[in-house]
Design a protein around this ligand. Structure first.
Ligand SMILES: [Zn+2]
Length: 294
């Protein structure tokens, strides 16, 4: 088994579960059945990850995306066929621009500078920025509750809009594992985009409540960023936060800027860490937000 490459670290978590971490930033998961394997997300695709997968299994691999953000979807260029929830195909196409790819390429270069400088000459950041997914992908649209039969293992699609309009999680009820994408993370979640990219907070809250109702079938939560596995406590914190704590305390939040991505405020409560715009907050509160800037 390949355990590391220029950009990726690979770890076996169980006989049927592998985690691949790209650029120290994003995790994707390889889940093995008897007849088929599912890859949950494909990362930035700074390098071709198929050799990593082939070093683990010969099974046919089906790529399922939790959502369409670049750190999850650019790597789908190596697979062609991709399963996702419909609105996030729009998300993928929205990010399929030279400017967005250049921004991602800079992250890749930065990671190598800090962690693996002798690999910089092997990463063609210019060529990376020139690529496009438009004519490469064949999307297959999934439905809430749809089951993927891997042979001796079933993964269930759980539609959980919030971080994006078409965000999904995947549930392995037999193993009590939930693959939560960017909707449940021990990491900052971005909510500062305008309404075409992130869904309203009210939809995210509904999604967290939906996961809470599945509690008896979930023990370990594997997210796309930060520490793994996490637990239902993270879900409880989101629900508490958006059910009243956030509404009470948002005026204490500190401003932040994320360069070309935007700027806004950051809210931290227990394990919740979100960056948001006042426009999205106003939509949630139903009234104007007045801040006294110091
Ligand atoms: Zn992400």
């Amino acid at each position: 088994m390949i355990t590391s490459t220029d950009f990726c670290k690979v770890q076996k978590l169980d006989d049927d579960l592998y985690i691949i971490t790209e650029a120290g930033l994003v995790h994707f998961y390889l889940i093995l059945g008897e007849k088929k394997a599912v890859l949950i997300d494909a990362g930035f695709g700074f390098e071709d990850i198929r050799p990593i997968i082939r070093s683990i299994t010969d099974l046919p691999v089906m790529l399922v995306l939790t959502h369409g953000d670049p750190d999850h979807s650019y790597g789908s260029e190596y697979f062609g066929d991709v399963w996702l929830y419909q609105p996030d195909y729009g998300q993928i196409m929205g990010f399929d621009t030279k400017q967005e790819r250049q921004f991602a390429a800079e992250l890749g270069v930065q990671f190598l500078k800090e962690n693996n400088p002798e690999a910089i000459e092997r990463f063609d950041s210019k060529a990376f920025a020139e690529k496009s997914l438009l004519r490469v992908l064949t999307p297959h649209f999934v439905k809430d509750g749809e089951l993927f039969d891997l042979g001796g293992k079933t993964l269930e699609v759980v539609f959980t809009p919030g971080h994006s309009y078409g965000h999904i999680m995947l549930l392995d009820r037999a193993k009590k594992r939930l693959f939560s994408g960017d909707m449940i993370c021990d990491y900052v979640i971005m909510y500062f985009f305008e309404s075409d990219r992130n869904a309203p907070f009210s939809m995210a809250l509904d999604s967290w409540k939906k996961i809470k109702r599945l509690e008896k079938d979930i023990k370990d939560i594997y997210s796309s960023h930060g520490q793994n596995p996490i637990t239902m406590e993270w879900v409880d914190a989101y629900i508490e936060c958006f059910s009243g704590e956030f509404q009470q305390n948002y005026l204490k939040d500190k401003p932040f800027s994320r360069g070309h991505l935007g700027s806004g405020y950051q809210h931290i409560y227990k394990t919740v860490n979100i960056q948001y715009s006042d426009k999205r907050l106003e939509e949630f509160l139903g009234h104007k937000v007045e801040r006294i800037d110091l």
